[in-house]
Design a protein around this ligand. Structure first.
Ligand code: LLP
Length: 431
């Protein structure tokens, strides 16, 4: 996180606020979100799009990264479009008063109920994954007597060099229709024949936590070549081209720090060049950042409990949360920076694994962490950059209640956006 500092008495400040004090007031585990940072990130994207693509281009927030009512209110206020992937995300956005006409419904398997529910509530666009979905959308649109706007998700056949589990743009991906196999053209031709579906353009998403140099440029060029081919063959010119999300964020010092304006500028240059070469107009360009909007705007606080030293082997510091609130190390071996929030002035010379409280050895937040040697029960452990894919992937494993989300704002303000689950909440649906 770039929004952390240390106070004179050695306490970690997040967005200028004392994390130890926040942990005391709200309890732990605790998710903190820096609202000003989220808004700033939205504005950086909006300004970059305006500068490099003009008025019609826009960033959408990929709400799978972190989905709760308040975040959709913020997106509404920031005039961001949104990417949603389920009736649950749509319901949450509606509860926040978000106008769904700016929402794009993704997912490789929308159920009939998802399609019905989202159309009933005025979904702006579907990003259809396959021919079966086009059939289902056509049927529902016909029943309602409307013409539904749709984009097609295509796989450009690119390896983004990120964790295997989150690479999505390769030919053999479960997502979308591959350009290389001819299935992208088939679904385009099929969609153009549907009377109640309006094809507005194409979409691709090559992966997440991507740092590799020219992945987005290459994807854009392949997609534009497809756009041009469809124009030449079917006389169909795509209005919109959505390049998905994926820009990486900095979890540890060795990660690069991407500059959104520079990255968007590079993609824009490649796009303009390709459009000129292919003799097509510039489509409306969209991107769907999730992680890079909220990731660095989040932090998790835990209270340390058991400190276990196994001489000649290793050391463990156990915290009062773990894989239920942050499954990313268990799933991807993801990197995080851990700090001892109440002892920031002490040298960090004690190597340990920060582990959760669940009944399995894989319940690890991070390995090879350096903390002050005095770490012990009651200390506050902060894990940085947890604003994306932590709360949204949280579970109740071991019947642990999910932590609250407390939002921080300038001027020392803080408020609960999602309250802590209670023990009663855990049994709410049990019969
Ligand atoms: N658009 C589509 C179609 C996506 O599938 C995704 C992410 C995004 C946009 C946003 O990508 P972002 O800007 O956040 O990288 N759970 C994994 C990440 C899965 C990403 C899924 N799709 C993790 O914790 O790393």
């Amino acid at each position: 996180c770039d929004n952390i500092t240390v106070s004179e008495n050695g306490r970690l400040l997040f967005a200028g606020q004392d994390t130890v004090e926040l942990a005391r007031q709200y309890g732990t585990p605790l998710y903190l979100m820096d609202e000003d940072k989220i808004r700033e990130n939205c504005r950086v994207y909006a300004a970059a799009f305006q500068k490099h693509f003009g008025d019609r281009a826009r960033p959408l927030y990929a709400s799978k990264a972190n989905s709760f009512k308040r975040i959709y209110e913020i997106m509404k206020e920031e005039q961001m479009g949104i990417d949603v992937v389920s009736s649950g995300e749509i319901y949450t956005a509606l509860q926040a008063g978000y106008d769904l006409s700016r929402a794009y419904f993704h997912s490789n398997n929308k159920t009939d109920e998802d399609i019905r529910y989202s159309m009933e509530n005025g979904i702006g666009y579907f990003v259809a994954d396959n021919v079966e979905e086009i059939r289902a959308i056509e049927a529902e649109a016909a029943r309602r007597g409307v013409r539904q706007k749709v984009l097609l998700r295509l796989t450009p056949g690119i390896d983004p060099h990120t964790y295997e589990a989150i690479a999505t743009g390769k030919v053999d991906s479960k997502f979308g229709s591959a350009i290389e196999t001819g299935q992208a053209e088939e679904i385009t031709a099929f969609t153009l024949q549907q009377p109640h579906v309006e094809l507005v353009g194409f979409h691709c998403h090559v992966g997440s936590q991507v740092f590799a140099e020219d992945v987005f440029e290459r994807a854009a060029v392949i997609m534009l070549e497809f756009v041009a081919a469809m124009k030449n063959k079917y006389g169909y010119m795509a209005q919109q081209l959505d390049l998905g999300g994926g820009y990486g964020v900095r979890y540890v010092e060795s990660d690069p720090d991407l500059d959104v304006d520079t990255k968007v500028g590079e993609v824009a240059a490649a796009i303009r060049q390709a459009c000129a070469r292919l003799e097509i107009d510039l489509p409306e360009i969209h991107m769907e950042p999730g992680r890079s909007i909220v990731g660095a705007a989040g932090m998790t606080l835990y209270t340390a409990g058991t400190v276990k030293k196994i001489p000649g082997y290793k050391n463990y510091v156990s915290v009062d949360g773990g894989m239920p609130d942050n499954p990313r190390f268990a799933l991807y071996g993801a990197s995080y920076t851990c700090l001892l929030a109440n002892k920031m002035n002490e040298p960090a010379g004690f190597e340990c694994s920060v582990v959760g409280r669940c009944c399995e050895s894989g319940d690890i937040i991070q390995e090879h962490v350096m903390l002050p040697a005095s770490v012990g029960r009651g200390d506050i452990v902060a894990v940085c950059t947890t604003g994306a894919y932590n709360y949204s992937m949280a579970s109740n494993y071991n019947r642990l209640p999910r932590p609250p989300i407390v939002m921080l704002r300038g001027g020392g303000e803080h408020y609960v956006a999602v309250r802590r689950e209670s023990l009663e909440d855990l049994c709410r649906n049990d019969r």
